[in-house]
Design a protein around this ligand. Sequence first.
Ligand code: NDP
Ligand code: GDR
Length: 370
Amino acid sequence: MKKALITGVTGQDGAYLSELLLKKGYEVHGIKRRSSLFNTDRVDHLYQEPHEEGRRYFLHYGDMTDATNLIRLIQQIQPDEIYNLAAMSHVKVSFETPEYTANVDALGTLRVLDAVRVLGMEKKCRIYQASTSELYGKVQEVPQSETTPFYPRSPYAVAKMYAYWITVNYREAYNMYACNGILFNHESPVRGETFVTRKITRGVSKIALGLQDKLYLGNLDAKRDWGHAKDYVRMMWMILQHDQPEDWVIATGKTTAVRDFVKMAFAEVGMEIEFRGKGVDEKGFVVSCADARFQIPEGTEVVNVDPKYFRPTEVELLIGDATKAREKLGWVPEYDLQDLIKDMMESDVKLMEKEKYLKNGGYDIFNYYE
Ligand code: NDP
Ligand code: GDR
């Protein structure tokens, strides 16, 4: 039975990857951080009792800033594959916590690679590094492929650039099987609530159900190549099954503006939205509401721009060219953007119906998501 170790197991991708590897018959180990509240929501359904026969899912305490912990866990577990997904992954927050972001995202990657090396596991253990389309940053060429030059635009992207190159360097210097998956944005119903897609699907669901009046967003012009996390974690696994360690772009090849994502999300609850005005004065209005479940009058102002969500330096346009992965790994995504938004909206409408029920029963709903 193959053993996998996932750092960042409690995150969006860690949860989907855990499910996938368990289905494939792996013994799966994950590193979770100690936190003062439970932080395992996304993987609770996979939990197995410590005394359960044939247990194949294990969570260990650890942190990317603690080399001794990483060395000990890798030595104990002896994984065949490591998926290094742990990161301070929020681009805007990285401007506020740049040193911590570098420690976790850049040096954390070095710690994992070096643990494998000092333990003499270079030949046994394959390593996947969660690289990102944020490396491309300021547009150099479109679409972006494995050969497009990098121009990072945030402390997050700069830290990930170190992680990218240290992965390449350990591969070349020590003959390690270490790969970068340069993944473009991927989302899902369990996407963190402060990333723009989930903020939109939650906000639109709340507006439809009368739990919130308006959605405040930042740069509506930014364009992203959005896919579904379920498709993307499958590619992480496929990358590590390839005969040679290489770097791979994973993307859909289509790009969409934030503004259009908003329109598509409202359309899932039967509402047509029109944007009027420019820059910080741009606003979104309901043109029509066809779904009888949701009664938002025509002309209601439902989207505003708040400059506090602007970034000091922005990545304006991402669109990936995944030809290499398509041709050599057989990459075919199951979800397109419409399917993704439908999946997220169905899930968030259900969630908000529960919140509404609780609210109507007199319970307070926690609402602070920046
Ligand atoms: P999430 O933010 O959902 O998950 C990040 C994970 O890292 C969480 O489990 C988090 O723990 C953990 N983590 C954060 N800091 C530490 C630390 N100091 N020590 C140990 N664990 C830590 O990210 P995603 O699942 O979306 O992304 C997975 C990886 O892929 C990340 O590296 C991200 O940068 C990268 N990526 C993501 C893309 C996307 O569109 N989703 C695209 C390209 C790359 P906790 O739950 O306790 O916060
Ligand atoms: P990104 O994702 O920065 O691409 O990084 P995010 O969803 O945060 O932003 C996408 C774009 O939307 C614009 N935007 C807003 N963003 C947020 N979060 N909140 C808003 O209110 C808002 N309004 C507009 C942003 O300016 C940006 O242009 C994600 C992360 O998962 C990274 O870890 C990963 O590496 C990259 O995707 C690929």
